[in-house]
Write a protein that binds this ligand. Structure first.
Ligand code: URA
Length: 242
């Protein structure tokens, strides 16, 4: 791997800043200063220091973002601000969002550069649980709750898979729910609520697999996953309807 890429992967700066630092002799490999940014090193064997600190290489990075409403879940967009626009340039080079939240949906979004993990979490057969807090206008009957729990026709080839529902509150013309689903169909929660004659007025994702939104993150803020969160992600729980 090229030395400047190695350092950039560790988010030590932008590629051009790092090239300058390398040329200035701030980097050593196995104790010897190396001043060529295109020097090829072995990231598993060589000992690299940057500004006197020994580095440990990490290929994959995982961040949780508290997605605010008004940004689109994409890496690039010609019209709207994207979730990646909430990250600084040096961090976001190879990140992408795992799955998609609508522009007006808030809450937990995982971003990584680990394509394999993303594939695993999104694979339909894995049935990874996603829990949403949902505010709706309209009213919902016990029968509506049961229909959503069993699986409901939202106009696709098959009904939705069983979901876990918790009615949090209900007034004359509004209600709040927590819904856990194990699929990721387009506008799934909005279409499920529409199937029982309601309208979603606010939607927030609270969790995905074992990963729970850190409520101390303000909307628009992100942080790296802890070692425990990262480890748990690799063993997502399978949803059981029993
Ligand atoms: N379901 C929706 O309708 N929208 C989202 O953003 C996520 C789930």
């Amino acid at each position: 791997m090229r030395l400047d890429k190695y350092l950039a992967d560790l988010q030590l700066g932008t590629r051009s800043q790092l090239k300058t630092d390398i040329r200035k002799g701030r980097v050593t490999i196995n104790g010897t200063p190396v001043t060529q940014p295109d020097y090829r090193l072995d990231e598993n064997r060589d000992t690299v220091t940057y500004a006197g600190t020994v580095l440990t290489y990490r290929k994959y990075r995982y961040y949780m973002l508290h997605k605010p409403a008004g940004v689109v879940t994409a890496t690039k967009d010609n019209f709207d601000k994207t979730v990646l626009d909430l990250f600084p340039a040096a961090l976001k080079t190879d990140l992408f969002p795992v799955g998609r939240l609508d522009k007006d949906t808030e809450g937990l979004l995982l971003l990584t550069n680990d394509g394999e993990l993303a594939h695993c979490l999104l694979a339909p057969k894995k049935h990874v649980q996603k829990t949403y807090y949902v505010e709706c206008s309209g009213t919902i009957s016990q029968e509506g709750i049961e229909r959503l729990s069993r699986g409901v026709d939202i106009g696709d080839d098959t009904p939705t898979r069983p979901a876990a529902l918790l009615l949090l509150s209900q007034t004359q013309d509004r209600y709040c729910l927590e819904i856990t689903i194990t699929e990721g169909r387009f506008h799934q929660i909005k279409r499920m609520i529409a199937a029982v004659d309601g309208t979603v007025t606010y939607l927030k994702r609270l969790s995905m697999g074992s990963l729970v939104l850190d409520e101390t993150l303000a909307k628009g803020q992100y942080r790296e996953l802890t070692t425990q969160e990262e480890a748990a992600l690799f063993t997502p729980l399978k949803f059981s309807t029993e």
